[in-house]
Design a binder for this molecule. Structure first.
Ligand code: GEK
Length: 245
């Protein structure tokens, strides 16, 4: 992956005023370090997404990675596809992320072709899909637009196709919320983030990343038409669901 060596120091100094978080070139340059130190289980989960994609890929189908960033999930999926005639479509609306993703795809030699597309995932066609992955992307879509996007994904899946949805969770129960949030903070501290970095990042994300509860995700996925919805991964307040058409 490109930029693997660059350390995330974006919030190490005071920001005044503090702007909303954006996936710009500065974030893209340190993204692998940021996500690895911020999201518990991220590397394990990427491996699982690849494994599941390998299981559910169908001959001559498409596999989508929506909100691909630098392509970690795209490449994890690409390396596990053994079915003939598959095509991966990796989509992100951040030009800096798309540039980095194209570099990473070009440096990887797995055989399945990949189209890296700079577009809004709310506007692209989703067709003939065996697998759609959204690895920590739906949480950045406005809550009132989430159901329509999931319906379009459902309608673009082949019978037996799957959506792999990973998200940061919030919890309706205040004790569960406090306990798991505390563990997430401990994870960030253990990975070297200072209290200033943690509090500034949290404030910058406040209006940008809006988490749902597991119950909201399940209900929305069923409302979008998915017959089966299963929790397949959880690390503190981060989880992944597999939804099967
Ligand atoms: C990974 N999946 O490493 N259209 C397209 N892209 C979008 C949109 C949108 N409307 N909104 C946000 N994004 C990746 C990690 S990061 C998660 C995904 C995180 C993109 C945004 O530009 C960013 O690259 C990505 O979604 C979210 O497996 O940083 O917590």
């Amino acid at each position: 992956m490109c930029s693997d060596q660059s350390k995330d120091t974006l919030y190490s100094e005071p920001h005044e005023p503090l702007a909303d978080f954006a996936f710009d070139a500065r974030v893209a340059a340190i993204f692998p370090d940021m996500i690895r130190r911020s999201v518990p289980g991220y590397a394990t989960l990427c491996g699982f997404l690849g494994l599941i994609a390998g299981e559910y890929a169908q001959p001559d189908s498409r596999l989508y990675d929506l909100g691909c960033s630098l392509g970690a999930a795209t490449l994890a999926m690409r390396r596990r596809i053994t079915q003939p005639g598959c095509r991966l479509i990796a989509v992100d609306n951040s030009p800096a992320m798309v540039d980095g993703c194209r570099e990473n795809v070009a440096a990887d030699n797995a055989p399945t072709p990949v189209d890296v597309v700079c577009a809004d995932i709310r506007a692209i066609a989703i067709e003939h899909a065996a697998v759609v992955t959204m690895n920590f992307t739906l949480q950045f879509i406005a809550p009132d637009e989430r159901l329509a996007l999931l319906q379009r994904i459902h309608d673009g899946l082949l019978p037996g196709g799957v959506l792999l949805l990973a998200e940061k969770l919030r919890f309706a129960d205040a004790t569960e919320q406090a306990t798991l949030e505390q563990l997430h903070l401990a994870f960030k501290r253990a990975n070297g983030y200072s209290e200033l970095e943690i509090s500034q990042k949290r404030a910058a994300l406040e209006r940008v990343l809006v988490p749902d509860t597991l119950e909201q995700h399940r209900a929305r996925l069923h409302a979008a038409g998915f017959g089966q919805v299963h929790l397949c991964f959880q690390a503190f307040n981060f989880a992944a669901l597999i939804a099967i058409r």
